[in-house]
Design a protein around this ligand. Structure first.
Ligand code: FRU
Length: 495
């Protein structure tokens, strides 16, 4: 083991003891110490889910990337394992960037990741040269492959940049050969996902340009994932420098999914549509895993690149993952619902049926908390005088709150953390278009101390946001500007 990895392991073990469990999310994975960004190597290996992550243990800001590591059997209770990778080789000395994991036929787990070297170029500009690398391990310790790097600029098609060539997503094909998708930037048409192939998982060769951006969804694409779902195929990506299109793609560095069909013979993906994955403020770089029971489960980094360095509180950890979400595709739309294992954490059920609310702000007995699973079904109580706005405020005290607001006529839901206690002039609001029948809408809100994830209409749209609000702000209130009928079901979540 290198000195750099030994140092990181010793450091995280020591500093972790200073962090009280109640100062972290209860059931979302957060950085063991220091900084976390993208999920990496999300996989099921030897009876456990493994999650690695972009990790800078020594600071709560981004720095030379390591791979942090945690395991879980239910994706809600996580156990930290020692850091898996450190930037300790000539080809990755400035960072071990994102990648993925697969299980080899001999039982070893293979990590494929991007190695980064900072090169001083013309005019003294630093640029990152990026290559793809392998490490083999047993679920705890990983040995970097002596043949690294396995993909370099020499493998790129014409126009592909060696400075933007990262985030490999490998998989094994039924015939025993391997494929990997790697994100790349093309000087003409922006982001592209490149397909490479291998017979033995170590010797790789360029196959084809799998998908091209054509400069439509931002610039450079990052973090591909590609899988079959409900009879179609889905390609997940994250894109830098996106321009908003209506209520889609509002996050600058944002996420997208492409739906389509896939011809295995010719390895061709036929695109049918594209959408934002998460319409909230904080979500990026998701990865999926195929669970042993066949569920496709996705986890993203619950942050926004534009604001992540502006956190007001200095904490010994920074960065958390989203709740794991089960995915389905219906009519070209990616539906997301919190994994059903979350229901095991439910305690303290409080249900209100047929609750009629008029133009007032109402708090309900037993409905409060910061680790909460709250489902609210709203509908108009007076068809003659339809309400226009309905809102739920949570993480609330006399001073602070975060609000989810439904505007019936506009058919939009807005998440608004303007008054959540943030002292920074950063993005605090996002809006999503939603479908409903005459004001009948279902919202499910998952709170876990420092975040809120809003699942709208059985997961047709999702909006995620982080919160800095003091944990003592734990009230929940309901507001409408006309008569609404509510069904409210609230559970405290106890991991
Ligand atoms: C996405 C990303 C990846 C890269 C990693 C570096 O958030 O920029 O493309 O591998 O983060 O930490």
């Amino acid at each position: 083991m290198s000195q750099a990895l030994r140092d990181a392991r010793r450091y995280e073990e020591g500093i972790e003891t200073y962090i009280k469990p109640e100062d972290r999310p209860g059931f979302h994975l957060s950085a063991r110490v220091g900084w976390m960004n993208d999920p990496n190597g999300f996989s099921y290996y030897m009876g456990q889910y493994h999650m690695f992550y972009q990790y800078h243990p020594y600071d709560s800001h981004w720095g030379p990337m390591h791979w942090g590591h945690a395991v879980s059997t239910d994706l809600l209770h996580w156990e930290y394992l020692p850091a898996a990778l450190a930037p300790d080789r000539i080809y990755d000395r400035d960072g071990c960037f994102s990648g993925n994991a697969i299980t080899l036929p001999d039982g070893r787990q293979m990590l494929m990741y991007t190695g980064v070297i900072n090169e001083i170029g013309e005019g003294g500009m630093t640029r990152e040269v990026q290559t793809q690398n392998l490490a083999f391990g047993d679920g705890l310790d990983y040995e970097k492959y002596e043949g690294n790097p396995v993909l370099t600029d020499a493998d790129l098609p014409e126009g592909g940049s060696k400075f933007a060539f990262r985030d490999p997503k490998p998989w094994r094909v039924a015939d025993g050969t391997y494929r990997v998708l790697v994100a790349n930037n093309h000087e003409g048409h922006g982001g592209q996902m490149l397909l490479f192939r291998s017979d033995d998982a170590t010797h790789w060769a360029f196959d084809k340009v799998f998908v091209e951006n054509h400069n439509r969804l931002g610039r450079m694409w990052e973090c591909p994932d590609f899988f079959e779902l409900d009879g179609k195929y889905v390609l997940l990506g994250s894109s830098q420098d996106m321009l908003p299109k209506g209520l889609e793609y509002q996050n600058g560095n944002g996420t997208f999914y492409l739906t389509g069909t896939y011809d295995e013979e010719t390895e061709t993906f036929f695109e049918e549509g594209d959408h934002t994955i998460d319409y909230g403020i904080d979500f990026y770089a998701p990865q999926t895993v195929l669970a042993p029971d066949g569920r496709r489960i996705m986890i993203g980094w619950m942050q926004n690149w534009d604001t992540c360095n502006l956190h007001t509180k200095s904490t010994p950890w920074f960065g958390q993952m989203s709740i794991p979400r089960e995915l389905h595709l219906k009519d070209g739309v990616l539906y997301q619902t919190p994994i059903r294992e979350l229901e095991e954490l439910r305690t303290d059920e409080v249900v209100y049926e047929d609750l009629v609310l008029s133009s007032e702000e109402r708090e309900l007995d037993g409905v409060s908390g910061r680790m909460v699973d709250l489902t609210v079904e709203v509908e108009a109580a007076d068809p003659e005088a339809l309400y226009r706005r309905f809102a739920i405020r949570f993480a609330k005290n006399d001073e602070f709150y975060t609000e989810v607001r439904f505007r019936r006529k506009e058919s939009t839901v807005k998440i608004d953390r303007m008054y959540s206690g943030s002292r920074r002039a950063i993005i605090h609001q996002r809006k999503a278009a939603v479908s409903h029948e005459d004001g009948k809408l279902k919202l499910r809100i998952i709170l876990d101390r420092f975040s809120a994830e809003v699942f709208i209409g059985d997961g047709e749209k999702v909006m995620s946001t982080t919160l800095e609000t003091d944990l003592s702000a734990d009230r929940i209130a309901f507001l409408a500007d006309g008569a609404v009928r509510l069904r409210v079901a609230k559970y405290t979540l106890a991991p």
